[in-house]
Design a protein around this ligand. Sequence first.
Ligand SMILES: Cc1ncc(C[n+]2csc(CCOP(=O)(O)OP(=O)(O)O)c2C)c(N)n1
Ligand SMILES: [Mg+2]
Length: 378
Amino acid sequence: MAEEKRENRKGPRRRRPAFEMRISTKYAPRKVAEGQPLSCISDTSLKHDQLLELYRYLKLTRLVEERIVNLYRQTKVVGGVYRSLGQEATAVGSAYALRPDDFITPIIRDLGAVFVKGIRPREIFAQYMAKAWGPSGGKDLNVHFGYMEKGFLGPISHLGDMIPVMTGILLGARMQKKDIVGLAYIGDGGASTGAFYEGMNFAAVQRLPLIVIVESNHYAYSTPTSMQTAVRNLAEKAAAFGIPGYIVDGNDVIACYEVTSQAIKHARAGHGTVLIEAKTYRRKGHAEHDDQRYVPEGEIEYWEKQNDPIDRFERFLVDQKVATKEKLDAITADVMREINEDSDWAESSPMPEPETAVYGVFDNSIVPPAFRPKVLES
Ligand SMILES: Cc1ncc(C[n+]2csc(CCOP(=O)(O)OP(=O)(O)O)c2C)c(N)n1
Ligand SMILES: [Mg+2]
């Protein structure tokens, strides 16, 4: 009897493994010899055409953002402009490892992941200009839109909240017997919120196929990372949830692809949640209005000259004979053609009719809009 009781107390469920800090540094940033420029890791399963597709996404992200800044200076953009300058490889490389039916929750520096998910530049331009043909029809701005059918959820502004939201999506998917994984992006600042901890904990306990990429880019607004967390590497937070943590060089697009592929394999096989810290650097301010006066002198220039993700990847592609410089220039020219066409399209598209603002807010079949075009006409 006493024996039986002890058995019960032990519980019938699986045993938890003894605690061990599981942080993989296989894809972490590497030091190179003095004076030697950085490139990318060469141990990859990616084929040449896939590498060139990655290159196209990187250039598309950077050049679309540059065009948005031009439009902003011409006062054609409504609201804030957020750049991912210097961080493009993190979003592009990680999203590229997903299947089309997997889900992402991007935040303000993940335009590259949005493109990988199949969104076109014209939709981004129209959205930033609050045009009727933009994905939110002018109801919302910049990154605030989503496409459920493309597996892409628009962000809630409150930092951290997308972690429990994605956790819920994955729990729902499990109940529907779907084997999708979810990739949620969060900043170093966002990883200090309560929502982050609650969402991560629940996902870890439930062994949900959630992959969280913490974009460790040195700043949250003007606050350096060292002033809002006591951990040295954000991947160490994985220990709090009993899940594996990875550190990846966020400016190496191939490393970002490979580390995410590994995490996806782990998650899709039913082994649960993974935390990846991508070490990168935010070369622009929080948004276009931010003059970065709090950044120490020379820091931005250092990252621009020594550790630009696109320069590094170009070096890799040419050195490894994946493409010539001319081939890369031709890809860039094609990206520019698409950007010109799409920004013209978005600029010439109409602003929304005022009354559309009241549609799609509530379920119109239950709550009639406060006014209808009919009323305006009469
Ligand atoms: C809960 C919450 N607190 C504050 C804000 C205001 N806010 C928006 S973005 C941001 C900084 C985010 O920094 P980080 O998470 O490091 O992401 P990064 O901008 O560096 O990509 C802050 C404080 C918010 N949106 N939500
Ligand atoms: Mg940050």
